[in-house]
Design a protein around this ligand. Sequence first.
Ligand code: GLC
Length: 425
Amino acid sequence: MLEQAELRAAARRILTSNDRGGYTVPTHGLYPYQWNWDSAFVALGFSTFDVGRAVTELESLFEGQWINGMVPHIIFRADERSYFPGPSVWRANHSPPTSGITQPSVAASVAWQLWQKADDESDQRRLRALFPKLMASHRWFHQFRDPDHLGIVVMTHPWESGRDNSPEWDEPMANVDTSRVEPYQRRDLDHADASMRPTQAQYDCFVALLQFGRECGWDAAAIGRTSPLRVADVGMSMIHLRANRDLQAMASALGEDEASREIALWIARGEQGAQLLWDPARAAFCSRDLITGKPSGYVTSASFLAHYAGVGSSDQRAALREHWSRISARCSFMCPSFDPEETKFDSYRYWRGPIWAVVNFLIAKGMAEAGETQAAHRLGDDMRALIAAGGFREAFDPITGAGTGGDLFSWTAAMYLAWLDSAND
Ligand code: GLC
């Protein structure tokens, strides 16, 4: 088992070796481009030893921002044969080329953390320049991904949630027509074992939804209102509410009073929206299919982001504590991405069981702030133990602790560094 100093050095090496010149790839091979929320987390990792480089990561992410404000989920810097679907499949009209969908909006929260660390004037100036871009991206979410102003975030493709094949999407995806999917060749299976990756049926659905967006000419209003998949994602909604709180803190620090008032309305709406996601039958925050109106009924790691978002009555938090103990009793390591008591739990397959360092980091931050220190410490200790034993893998099996997915993974390295940093604050 490696010592902390060696692990810290290894984590920094991973970030610098996955740096492709101003932007960082999640891992070599499996993910050869710049991913949206990966870059935001990576920026946090860089900020522990180079704040300027951290700001550069956010700046390069926003080079992909569309004129309508959307920050896409992938920025394609080159057409790599090792990845499907590449820019020629998405056909989004942007330079640099991008995908046509987004990912969870952690960028504003990261920008606020960088602002608090930046003592260099030029870094402060660069962060200030990012502020209107962050505002535009949040406006995009409110206009197009919450057209009825419910205070939630609607995802129109499972890849937007970042929790690509969570069982929460199984039912909503069953209603997506895959009969017109054009022939394609998956590339992910060249890099990772099929037992870990999404199934073929899920992939067909991913491609059908991509084709739908492309046929809409990536018109955000049309997609937000008519996509065959419209799910209020508990993860994106909680993360976005927190991002609004952090964006508002940044607005105050910058003296942006008008923006601050606009954000206050978004926060009030988000607090109400979070309550729409409370499923009384399950006593948990669950995603909701907006086409059928049905809650998923599943407890996932995203359900525990309530503290991070700053929502949940004392009864709701007590119910979450019960789920937490029930789930802890079943796992050697916390927090699995999916409820281990459900039949769809799969400790090894992406987002249907494995542990992700980034989600753990957010849950732990929220829990520590809410005074749930035991749970927060457990998450930190488990993450460090998993990494010390298994390396900086993409995800980890919550039962055996085995690493899954890609190796030498940027966001796992970044979260390790951020965790050490917060422990030293
Ligand atoms: C997988 C994950 C997604 C992540 C991407 C790159 O698709 O599900 O959340 O952004 O890999 O790491």
